[in-house]
Write a protein that binds this ligand. Sequence first.
Ligand code: SAM
Length: 345
Amino acid sequence: MSAKERILAEIRATGPIPFERFMELALYDRSGFFGGDHLRSEKGGDFLTSPEVSSLFGKTLAAFVEREMERIGEPFQLLEVGAGSGSLLTPLLETVDVDAWAIEISPAARSKLTGLLPGDRILSELPEQVRGVILANELLDNLPMAMAQLIGGGWRERWVGAEEGTLHFVDADPRPEILEWLEGYGGQVPEGGWVEVQLAAHTWLNDALSTLDAGSIVIIDYGDTAENLVPRRSDGTLRTYRAHHLGPHPLDEPGATDITADVNFSALIATAEAAGASVELHRQDDFLAELGLRDRLSQLRHAELEAAQSGDEMERLRLRSLKIEAETLLHPRGLGDFRVLVARV
Ligand SMILES: C[S@@+](CC[C@H](N)C(=O)[O-])C[C@H]1O[C@@H](n2cnc3c(N)ncnc32)[C@H](O)[C@@H]1O
């Protein structure tokens, strides 16, 4: 059964479903976008993440892991949640000697990760206790979220219903927990504006913090504070990706597209602070620069020049491609504009 057939069957059985349930089925059901045999996060896949762009991402984050190892000492574990193809862990583990685990729910990603880690280091959920660093790159933007729209000055939820096999948004009374989240983090939304209500991200961070005895959680994703997201609220930030490009409307081809939205970092900061963590929010370019990526970039520029002067064309091309990758990670209007939340306990 395709993801769409599965969604239609559920709507036939129960009536319209909340958007987060639609997103869960569209992304994580057996025939969902992450549920099948396709590995989505790789160069030939549907989207290109920082670790897929460059091994320098994992190598640079290794410096953060080393600092945390110095800060909290042994025992120390590194966990990556939503580890995808292992493109972050691979260069990181070449750079720093640390006990590592991957948490993944996609069968295709789990299978790929067996080339990197022993089977008992590939988990489907966080263990009960962690001491070290928990990394999540482009995970929270994919967690199921509810959809709300401001109509006549009041909030309405947008659920998913069906008519003659076509999915469409259905008006619904907002649930109390949705209203509470909107009041805290919806921001100044214009009439008709859309907000993605990210309660699953809140639950994920709470759970991760409650497992962490000492160390830090690093969340890297697109998004911004509630205030800075206001200019994007007229249409909202919900969107799809397919084959590296923006895809069709999220209701049009469930299972065949990546459904995602900007992460509301104000809500995550509040969650982390309420759990007693100390919190920092950075831009990705600043975060990576502070960990040494800009220095590495100038070394690459010098080395490329030297290779050109010595006539070593192969080496010049290798260094040039590394340099371009580093620049991509730091691009102020691209990956450099991602946010990095560090929550320490
Ligand atoms: C956009 S991909 C990012 C992959 C990788 N972090 C990267 O940057 O290339 C999101 C990944 O998170 C995984 N994922 C989603 N929800 C998850 C959960 N609750 N626990 C573990 N993995 C999850 C998906 O299967 C998918 O592989």
